[in-house]
Design a protein around this ligand. Structure first.
Ligand code: SF4
Length: 235
């Protein structure tokens, strides 16, 4: 029997695309992504037979970009990226709370594919369809001029953003100093990587302090810029 997706019948819950402000170049491309159905036929052949539901959050001023993989089933339902145990772990790694993480003016969450790809035969998530990055990624990133720190979460994001500089996830993450200060490669925060985290204690001891310091630095910089522009607008 096919798993049911309760939100499928609710048109008001069709979009998980949140853009601030709601006009401008970013909003225009995001509206096209929200309406995208390029993978509809592909998703229809999966066990869940779901419709596309793009999920992303961004603002042209966001200083931090979280480049993830693709929404899972839970995020497909909620429309809220990283609204799952992986997200809890990612926020703990970054040293931030949910309010900060879900503020698109501070954190842009732009996965390699915007829709849940479905399950494979072993009930694991299928990889993000490459068509999504080919179709949307470059123009969308071009509309995010405020990004100063990019977190590459998992191998798919690392391959796309680093090109030939990407190796295996372990080797790429281990070489994190090569990409500092603007890029930080991370493993996916999924429970499936708990063993990886145990086998690579340097990640927690060395990389996470750097990650938290860079996130705090960019959030503080953005906060200063925001209060400064608020003061300017009242004078
Ligand atoms: S995954 Fe990307 S390309 Fe495919 S339907 Fe969703 S937005 Fe469109």
């Amino acid at each position: 029997m096919k798993p049911s997706l309760p939100d499928e019948a609710d048109p008001s819950a069709r979009t998980g695309v949140v853009i601030v402000p709601e006009e401008g170049a970013l909003a225009e491309i995001a509206a096209r992504i929200a309406a995208c159905r390029l993978c509809a036929d592909r998703f229809a052949t999966t066990a869940t037979a779901h419709m596309p539901r793009p999920v992303l959050r961004a603002s042209p001023t966001a200083p931090i970009l979280v480049a993830g993989q693709a929404p899972g089933m839970r995020v497909h339902r909620s429309g809220l990226p990283f609204d799952d145990p992986s997200g809890e772990r990612l926020r703990a790694w970054m040293g931030i709370d949910r309010v900060t993480f879900y503020d698109p003016q501070r954190i842009a969450v732009v996965p390699m594919a915007f829709c849940f790809p479905g399950y494979d035969a072993r009930k694991a998530d299928l990889p993000p369809p490459p068509l999504c990055a080919r179709s949307w990624r470059a123009p969308l990133l071009a509309a995010l001029p405020g990004v100063r720190l990019t977190l590459l979460v998992g191998g798919h994001a690392q391959k796309w953003h680093l090109g030939r500089r990407a190796r295996s996830v372990t080797d790429t993450v281990r070489a994190w100093r090569d990409f500092a200060p603007d890029i930080i490669p991370l493993p996916h925060p999924s429970w499936r990587n708990t063993g990886w985290l145990r086998r690579n204690p340097w990640f927690e001891a060395e990389l996470l302090p750097h990650l938290r310091a860079r996130v705090a630095e960019e959030l503080a910089r953005a906060g200063r810029a925001s209060s400064s522009s608020g003061r300017d607008s009242t004078t």
